[in-house]
Design a protein around this ligand. Sequence first.
Ligand SMILES: [Zn+2]
Length: 331
Amino acid sequence: MSARAIETAPAIALDIGATAIKIAAISRQGELLAVRRIATPSSPEPTIAAALDEIHGLANEVDLDPASVAGIGCSIAAFVTDRGRIVATAHLGEAWVAYELGDRLSASLPANYYFALDAPAPTLGEAYFGAGQGCRDFAYVTVSTGVGAGLFLNGAIYTGGLGWAGGVGHVIVDPEGERVCAGCGNRGCLETYAATQGILALARESIERHPESLMVRIAPAELTPRAIGDAALRGDVAARCVFETAGRYLGLGLTNLVDITSVQRIVIGGGVALAGDLLLEPAREVVRQRAFPPDHRKVEIVPAALGDLSGVYGAAAMVFNDIRINIESGN
Ligand SMILES: [Zn+2]
């Protein structure tokens, strides 16, 4: 392939999560040429087979030769080396540990591959194509089943010397907190208030105090952050209180984050963050009151721009900008 063809070729991007895999073709300008979503099979081999099938199907759909793309980027819910060896995963299952994802993919489909954990990957997506554009230093915070952050510092991903930078979900926001954190086993972590299970626990407490709440009419199995958000938008005071409380705790976590990193902007993504200002406004209020020095109170707290596609956009950004994330060296 000529240099000119490589310069203009799109990237194929994979985002392998615990519940869904997204496969996309993305142009260098950030145009989403095609995207597919499938459920994640329970072990590595069927996952790879399904992903390869979808890559070929998607390439057909947009008349693309998978062998002539600029590269294939892969975001995955696992600690992964830049060559695609899985080191650890809390979400995908033990069968993935030590799996040679890079070797397995290139044996079936030779290409220029890039790999990253699903915290730096969406951060890169927002950095190059979304709400982090034009920002040299920002944090991408995801609020969903857990809370985590990717740090983009000095114009590059920062993972830290030990590899875990951005674990904002486990900063202690309530030393007297009683709920045990499902992620780390401590008490009082930000996740126990602002992630999905934390929000649901707050909702159950709120329902007890407010039997008139619209939330009482929601079947327990259907009580989700989205359903609580809908009730809040319909004026339900108890539901608004849930997000008010979760948002204030999120604000404490973000205060710690900005005080330590001095980032200019915090981009918030993840399913719980779809509640928008219901969650973000109380968080901003706490940061405006608590951050120090006063310059930190001006940090912009904005919603992510790419929704659930920030991971595939980040995978494409790695390809186009030749970004290798080496978790063993801290950058
Ligand atoms: Zn924790």
